[in-house]
Design a protein around this ligand. Sequence first.
Ligand code: HEC
Ligand code: HEC
Ligand code: HEC
Ligand code: HEC
Ligand code: HEC
Ligand code: HEC
Length: 406
Amino acid sequence: MLLVSGGQVKAQDAAPAAAAPAGGGDAEKGKTLFTNNCAQCHAVSGEKVVGPGLKGIESRAPSRDWLHKWIRNSSAVIATGDAYANQVFNANGKVQMSSFPSLTDADIDGILAYIDQANKPAAPTTGGGDDKVVDNGGGGSASTGGPSELFTFVLIALLLVMLLVLGVLLVIVTILSKAVTPATDGTQVTSSFGQRLKTGLSDAFNNPTLRSIVIWLFLLVAVKETIDGAYGIGIQQGYAPKQPIAYSHKLHAGQYKIDCNYCHTGAQKGKNATIPAANICMNCHGVIKKESPEIQKIYTAIEENRPIEWIRVHNLPDLAYFNHAQHVNVGNVACQTCHGEIEKMEVVEARSSLTMGWCIDCHRRTEVNTKDNAYYDKLVALHRKESKEPLKVANIGGLECSKCHY
Ligand code: HEC
Ligand code: HEC
Ligand code: HEC
Ligand code: HEC
Ligand code: HEC
Ligand code: HEC
């Protein structure tokens, strides 16, 4: 049984095989250098990440020589009082760029050639599947628990209202029947309305039918609550613990648009998405906001050679198997479909229930992403013969116990 299908086809890494690189730089080598050193803060497009987008940088910057100096040591250029350098520095909130003293002129020319090439319209840089987000029709699936909770609430509320109405009706019936029934001695009942109401009420409470109805309804509600409570054990929906460092996804993934995969490197490749080690933080915080007490905690952890003790938010029981790469890479499901809008969260909160019903629900509902994936061609053809419905995860074994349980 294939859990992580090996047959996936991804065009994303197809390097743009474009024409002559600008300025004689080696764009191929430049791409690697850029990915390893610059991509966490810069996009090759015009879009700002931590630093400005580098599209058209050569026409913007004073000269190529200036770029060599800037990239090797930007603070030195700023310190000379260079007007352009200071303007860029101020326009970006005075965030300091890392220095790269080991990069040679040829290395930097390579990077510039790569940036130039990546922005050429003919370059097939859009072949990747990364920015395609499959809408599984489940924008709300990150909160699957919502509707069922609401349903229970409405049910209980309805029951209570019905109970009240029933009680009032019975009281009225008793009072009315008292009022119109002639007394045994032949005279009309002459007691005041207040008195009649009082006897009516006490009669209602003494009425065995009404009493048993009330008791049964009460028991039903109590049992339902207990069962719901028991099922809820181990469910962490809504869990949002305070973390040891005030790290914010809203700031990093939202405002600065740092890619999820830059930190959660396992999500595309394996079972666990993984939490970044402190040295990934240091790629930036080696220079950015060193003086902040929160950032100092990262330094302390590294000095004491111990990991930062992040509190785990999502956790499946050991009996269940879940694989990120299967969903994110092969299935093309967006992180947000399961985790909600992490890029808007100051503190991470578990948005999905992570129950078996949640997994199965989605597998019943979601179509398999078979496009550009030769692995599924035969399966799709077979399925078409049998059914007019699109191929759902349920059809490829997504409901089999053994797929999710060891
Ligand atoms: C830690 C984040 C960070 C890294 C890593 C980084 N930069 Fe920067 N870069 C910045 C910031 C921030 C600015 C804006 C200027 C400033 O605030 O100092 C900038 C500015 C620039 C500029 C000038 C942009 C303009 O619009 O004129 C260039 C060119 C540049 N970076 C190239 C690079 C290259 C090439 C690399 C990789 C070798 C790199 N940077 C790595 C943060 C970074
Ligand atoms: C700069 C690094 C960084 C980036 C970028 C980043 N994260 Fe995180 N993420 C972390 C750290 C550190 C933690 C652990 C602390 C916490 O829970 O806030 C974490 C925790 C999480 C968790 C909770 C893990 C658990 O304990 O169950 C989820 C889910 C998550 N990130 C998803 C995302 C998504 C989705 C994105 C992109 C929108 C993203 N992250 C971008 C660093 C990052
Ligand atoms: C790609 C660059 C980058 C990476 C990687 C990164 N950060 Fe940041 N971080 C920033 C920027 C930019 C700021 C905003 C700085 C400012 O406000 O001037 C920031 C701010 C912060 C702050 C707020 C500091 C304060 O006092 O205002 C904390 C805390 C923080 N980061 C923690 C982390 C942790 C923990 C990691 C590793 C999991 C991490 N960062 C990784 C770029 C990064
Ligand atoms: C199909 C639903 C789904 C998608 C899509 C998904 N996750 Fe998860 N994620 C989960 C589940 C379920 C867990 C709990 C796994 C466990 O406890 O074994 C989890 C756990 C995590 C964790 C903490 C534990 C770990 O695995 O290291 C992080 C971090 C995380 N996810 C980040 C991401 C990021 C980033 C993405 C997008 C690239 C993503 N997730 C996409 C369902 C999903
Ligand atoms: C948002 C929808 C969604 C949720 C929620 C979800 N899955 Fe999936 N799952 C998918 C998709 C889509 C695929 C198909 C990926 C592919 O193309 O192979 C898949 C495939 C799988 C497979 C492989 C099935 C096969 O026959 O190859 C397993 C195992 C699996 N999921 C386990 C889980 C578990 C366990 C959970 C809950 C913790 C879960 N999934 C939650 C969408 C989801
Ligand atoms: C798509 C994935 C998936 C499939 C298919 C699946 N399960 Fe589960 N199952 C889970 C997850 C995830 C949990 C843990 C959920 C939780 O803790 O609430 C779970 C929990 C359980 C439990 C523990 C009971 C509990 O509530 O903690 C049992 C028993 C179980 N599954 C049996 C089965 C059987 C039998 C089948 C086949 C008919 C099956 N499962 C198919 C994902 C799956």
